[in-house]
Design a protein around this ligand. Sequence first.
Ligand SMILES: *Cc1c(COP(=O)(O)O)cnc(C)c1O
Length: 223
Amino acid sequence: MEKAETPLQHVQANIAAACRIARREPEEVTLIAVSKMHPAEAIEPLLREGQRHFGENRVQEAQGKWPALREAYPAVQLHLIGQLQSNKAEDAVALFDAIHSLDRPSLVKALGKAMDKSGRRVPCFVQVDVGEEDQKGGCPVAELPALIEQARQADIPLVGLMCLPPQDIEPAPFFAFLDKLARDHGLEGRSMGMSGDYETAIKLGATHVRVGTALFGARPAAG
Ligand SMILES: *Cc1c(COP(=O)(O)O)cnc(C)c1O
């Protein structure tokens, strides 16, 4: 009898299928398992299956969960995918292996300083406000060139762009737009696509997909 596939295997198979259609190699796409609000017990099965990239949206929550898990799985790569307050920049640089939410000059300053101080240079994605929705954060498109320049001046390793398109609208045009912006600025990374749309994002050039619900099920309600 065949064993039922796990959610991780299912998502990996979908990624491989999307890559085949797009004539891309699955190795070009990093699956980030978004474990925000899930406890260590929910994360461990994925670690045992071999998943190594994880995403969290809050520094404090990640500080609570990950040091112990990392001791058991030292190859873990942690991605910060949520808005970052400048006063948490040092903590973020100490804990995370990539930051996907660089979105404003004050944060460039804070992260540059934190990286200088620690000597740890953490790869960053600039989050772009592709849907012009203030509440999600993200750099306005018109201010992107200046922010990229500022980050380069501050010696922040910029690896790509990230977006979180508006909900309930077809996301493909936003993914295509982010892909074009990344190309225009000579950046390789495109962090785009979540549980509902990662296959579309891959067909439009995503290098990092951030998938929570499809791997973990629904998130526990906030307390
Ligand atoms: C929560 C979150 C995700 C994952 O969302 P799912 O729909 O659960 O896959 C991806 N990206 C960001 C920025 C998030 O906050």
